[in-house]
Design a binder for this molecule. Sequence first.
Ligand code: GLU
Length: 303
Amino acid sequence: MKAMPPVFRFAPSPNGHLHLGHAYSALLNFDRACETGGRLLLRIEDIDAARCRPEYEVAIEEDLAWLGMAWETPVRRQSEHLSDYRAALEKLSALGLVYPAFESRAEIARLVAAREADGPWPRDPDGAPLYPGDARSLSADQRSRLIESGTPYALRLDMMAACRRVAGVTWNELGEGPDGAHGIVPARPEAWGDVILARKETPTSYHLSVVVDDALQGISEVVRGQDLFHATSVHRLLQALLGLPEPAYRHHVLIRDGEGRKLSKSSLSTGLRELRKAGASPASVRRLVGLNQVSLGVSKTPP
Ligand code: GLU
């Protein structure tokens, strides 16, 4: 039987223009697809309706094409697949792993400050305080009263219960974590606390939709920046809970500015559009991010 070709994806959020860091990630995916005879997909991660704009999506496609990349169509746009994420959420709810939490951001900040009076409150790998509330222990009655009264809520994963259900989750790291981790890496999702899986107004979250999409699109190797290395622990946990296949992960170093800071969508000096206006060529962008050879291209249609 012929082996299935590997499947890669570049998954930007259309909330700004692409910069050199995106170019590096996108080109690494493209080059991996070329060198392995694999497929490359583009996925638009636009669940945050307040920040994402269609004109950024158009600009992303233009910039990637200018870099010399090609990808399969149709492009998956997350905002068009909310029912897929809702179905995954229902599955997790049916396992008794999801609960509504009614605190506003301001209330959460107050709770953290109160807890910090007794010493440091734990933070997640991104530096945000873990959920400090106790909505997990509200009674069914209290929950329905709050929901009926229209109080907004987020749906959170009961992390301890989830970890008890699927212990010993790992992943295969083909690249390297910020601390050099490589090979079989143990997932530590508990470091994230009770993460948000959905909000009242958006029936999904980054973690949930990325996991559902990677499975639905048959992604076999996730190539992305080291800033998402620790999030992989949550992704692997969700995959295990939902019975989804496990892709390999290849986290790459981040391109930084002259002061060693991570690039942001507003750092104009490293924006692809600005570089292009200033006369840069796709080959010079490759050189700037440390990728020398130019790929020969990848077929637009699946083999
Ligand atoms: N949409 C995410 C971002 O733009 C990337 C998601 C991923 O590669 O898993 O940072």
